[in-house]
Design a protein around this ligand. Sequence first.
Ligand code: XUL
Ligand code: CO
Length: 438
Amino acid sequence: MKTFFESLPPVRYEGPQTANPLAFRFYDADRVILGKPMREHLPFAMAWWHTLCAAGTDMFGRDTADKSFGAEKGTMEHARAKVDAGFAFMQKLGIRYFCFHDVDLVPEADDIKETNRRLDEISDYMLTKMQASGIRCLWGTANLFSNPRYMNGAGTSNDPDVFCFAAAQVKKALDLTVKLGGKHYLFWGGREGYETLLNTDVKLEQENMARLMHLAVDYGRSIGFAGDFYVEPKPKEPMKHQYDFDAATAIGFLRQYGLDRDFKLNIEANHATLAGHTFQHELRIASINGMLGSIDANQGDLLLGWDTDEFPCNVYDATLCMLEVLKNGGLTGGFNFDAKTRRPSYTAQDLAHAFILGMDTYALGLIKAAALIEDGRLDRFVAQRYAGYQTGIGARIRTGQTTLAELAAYAESLGAPALPESGRQEYLESVVNSVLFG
Ligand code: XUL
Ligand code: CO
């Protein structure tokens, strides 16, 4: 892989007709869409864990890909080799951000003090690469789910010593995020949930999770972290039930515990489908609540009930995603490819194809979402559909100027009311198809 990344020519936009498999067909960083270049609409990020660490191990088999990058795994030499490979790869693809967990960066030692020393060393090295390349950190996070001590959760563990280890890791991950100039900081509640209610104090666990988040906010602000904190909802996996089940649940939790001023959501496509929602649904719920911060851009397989973290190829979903993002006025964060190549796609070239696919899919989504907005038929239809709330009794309801008694009297005056107008779903779906493929 190492030599491939070094010899990979810079991937450039060559247009839809190109025969070059290592070129963008749709992602043209300088192309202006709705007044802004694509690169600003689409701040793409590389996930350190999938790109540089994950090598194909799954529940049934071991690694298929060689991610040694020419060094012995589990050493600091390997940690540096991953930095070299990661920065070479991002530069070749024009990716301007990365996201990381603490333990993606260095091998974890038995003693947390030694792990932290290693993190100090690798982050010094990363800083030199960042300064030379202009590549930035989108968000940092602490891995509070892999170490066996987190078997019952971290902030929601039954054991206060485990809570303290989690606090120590969050503190260090915040230090690192600030040191690397990271824009945001993320909590993904990997094991913050339960396997059975028979042994679980849900109330205490949720209160403790909120306490850990408050402690993180207080500490982060005290060391000059000005970005957003994010929660990344996911309903299950690894736990049977996770407390950040979906956007609506996470928003309710953040508001209940007074965390909603500092936190926004990082919505992941595959987590939305695991929750039984569409990706667009989760984005819409976050957006209308002022909580849409960032996106983990991947997709699942609807025939598989787990988090397959595939690179996104579904242009329809990407279009509806970008429609929500455009209407949200963009993101404070970006588009993190929390995605891995399929286990049989184990070569370095596959990794390049995967990022090209993901970036092109989102570029197409952006182009088509802008076209849907410019076309105007969807927006006009929705405005017309709710026009009744602009005048008369509808306006009085909308602005809270009425009573139940007044509405009852009004209903009686209607006699037998007509049906509401048709929702015209099939027509609207054909409008979307005509813009996508017309
Ligand atoms: C797991 C997941 C994580 C978070 C970061 O499903 O999405 O990789 O994005 O911890
Ligand atoms: Co994710």
